[in-house]
Design a protein around this ligand. Sequence first.
Ligand SMILES: Cc1cc2nc3c(=O)[nH]c(=O)nc-3n(C[C@H](O)[C@H](O)[C@H](O)COP(=O)(O)OP(=O)(O)OC[C@H]3O[C@@H](n4cnc5c(N)ncnc54)[C@H](O)[C@@H]3O)c2cc1C
Ligand code: FES
Length: 739
Amino acid sequence: MVICGVHSILLTILVILIFYVLTSAYSPACLKFQHGLQESLVLAHGSQCGFCTPGFIMSMYALLRSSQTPPSEEQIEESLAGNLCRCTGYRPIIDAFRVFAKTDDALYTNRSSLSLQGSEFVCPSTGKPCSCGSKDVNGHNTTKQSTTCGKRYMPVSYNEIDGSTYCEKELIFPPELLMRKLTPLNLSGFGGLKWHRPLGLHHVLDLKARYPDAKLVVGNSEVGIEMKLKGIQYQVLISIAHVPELNFFRVKDDGLEIGAAVRLSELLDVLRKVVAERDAHETSSCKAFIEQIKWFAGKQIKNIASVGGNICTASPISDLNPLWMAAGAQFRIINCKGDIRTTLARDFFLGYRKVDLARSEILLSIFLPWTRPFEYVKEFKQAHRRDDDIAIVNAGMRISLEENGEKWAVADALIVYGGVAPVSLSASKTKDFLIGKSWDQELLQGALSVLEKDIFLKEDAPGGMVEFRKSLILSFFFKFFLWVCHQMDGKQSFKKSLPLSHLSAIQSFCRPSSIGSQDYEITKSGTAVGSPDVHLSSKLQVTGEAEYADDTPMPPNSLHAALVLSRKPHARILSIDDSGAKSSPGFAGLFLSKDVPGGNNIGPVVYDEELFASEFVTCVGQIIGVVVANTHENAKFAARKVHIEYEELPAILSIEDALKSKSFHPNSERCMKKGDVELCFQSAACDKIIEGEVQVGGQEHFYLEPQGSVIWTMDGGNEVHMISSTQYSCSYHMMTLWS
Ligand SMILES: Cc1cc2nc3c(=O)[nH]c(=O)nc-3n(C[C@H](O)[C@H](O)[C@H](O)COP(=O)(O)OP(=O)(O)OC[C@H]3O[C@@H](n4cnc5c(N)ncnc54)[C@H](O)[C@@H]3O)c2cc1C
Ligand code: FES
């Protein structure tokens, strides 16, 4: 039995038929929590709208359930890295879960405001020794208050739950589910979609022979995005997640064979095991994969995403494909007749998302050879942020050195980059330059010059940030050079030892667990005002019982709406052709600006935005109209069929462009001033004057709960009922009145 957190949005109900889905359910009659995690999150004020809450609970539950010992704080943060919360803030959530970590629980429970050892005070907010309450420790009343800036505040990072008491009483996994046997499945879905779950390779190959255009699916983390977000429709899906011949590891004398359907988390576990057991020189590639997978998506994706799915998607920014290529991996491919061929990873990627697989073929397995003595493989990845982000540029590099008299010369090399071309790209001229050269400073300078021309990015290269990406290409190789020198340091006759000052360039990043605190003054008035009571919905939220608009059962004969959105940033609408939508299944109506009763203008304060764009659109995604149909799928399908003809207009897309063309919102000049600024500059009263420009990437926050409403009328339309995802219900009253 495996318990793991997964990305539930991408895990279709078809794929999960085999799993027992543990949800954060509770017994409504007595409001009893099933696990201390739920109680802890409530007490630590870790949920606000609660939409993200079941996801946090389940990720944390999976971690606790799969750990033999209490997890470390770092593991807790790692397991939550793929969970987003837009309104609570992460500090209370982490505080709620920290009590289950492998630290001294006393640091996080109500004993925390007392001194643990002598005069050392442990801050109840951070759980670390600090001086914020040291006065209390020396004899005064300590109970629940700490002192900050001379005022008495209640620390908010405070939790009464003792996490250690929960490890003995775990929920029982239903034994009947453990006994359940898998069976092959064939199901039909929306729009004639066929879904198959074969349980043997022969069955997969038969299906592939019958449906050559069928899409194979394992984790659905690519196919799901294509179908849900890009509107791509596949007629036949074959889930190969449970095919044993595609789910295996074979440790051989010359390397590791990995089944194509193996999940990334499983690969990580096996690589760690191999690294611990085998000679260090054999596992340089394995270590590089371990490091790269660390920065590959969140745990929920790694638990479902497969090795083969990543390879066959052939994304130009795949984090693993440059490494498979550099490490000399081989791919085994099988066709519908059962014939097997092998190709080198470096020859497999043919073009943008195009691979060397015929319609009758599938990827069977991957063979990763062990590295030899003095052969080194290293990974690189630069993203906007380290955790859970796709690469701007990544790379896999391999070098094999051999002793040649007094020198160490390059016997073989492969330098591969991702994010620089439509495919993962091998720097072939750089490789030719390196071979035979001595691994020294002269090689570095020469290689950088060759590399600059070898991996060349045009000024208008797709993806932008050209200067930055160019510098990444060179700096990755520079780091690789230093890292290899460091590996060779101390080896006989390797003269070039790495200066200490350069070491920081090759140290891998290690993020300490986060610390945050919030203190506020408690001024109680009446029963609840001013006191940090838990909010009423939180118990429903942590148990997964809270209902949102989308959970509401639809009344019979309901119609569903989908929006028609602008695909242009700035344009005039010339015509709207609804014929495609009208002939779509289940279509019931299309409503545009001319159909809006009352006023078409809306806005939070100033009503200066159109509900449905009438003549001009000013951004991609602006709402032009709404289609209603008998199901949500049909409504979305029909909305995509509304054809709009635009006349494109020049667009201003940056603040710099807006400044240049003096395009300002009217009456929006704002200047923040405190004191007499001019006088201050003139009289040199300032210690320091800093001049310059600051750019901030501030953005409006986004909602996690999909925006939705369920509306029905009664009394012949005189009474309107509405359930909606909103924090501002009175605006709905106003809008309804207007219409
Ligand atoms: C939130 C998120 C974060 C991500 N982060 C990263 C990241 O950091 N780095 C990165 O590189 N990628 C990332 N990805 C991309 C994606 O997760 C990976 O590409 C993943 O490994 C795909 O595996 P899967 O099993 O989910 O593929 P699926 O969606 O199931 O399949 C993907 C494709 O591979 C084909 N396929 C699968 N198996 C075979 C086979 N045996 N033979 C032939 N074809 C096959 C399928 O037909 C399909 O075309 C991310 C995706 C998401 C949604
Ligand atoms: S509580 Fe996390 S998204 Fe609202």
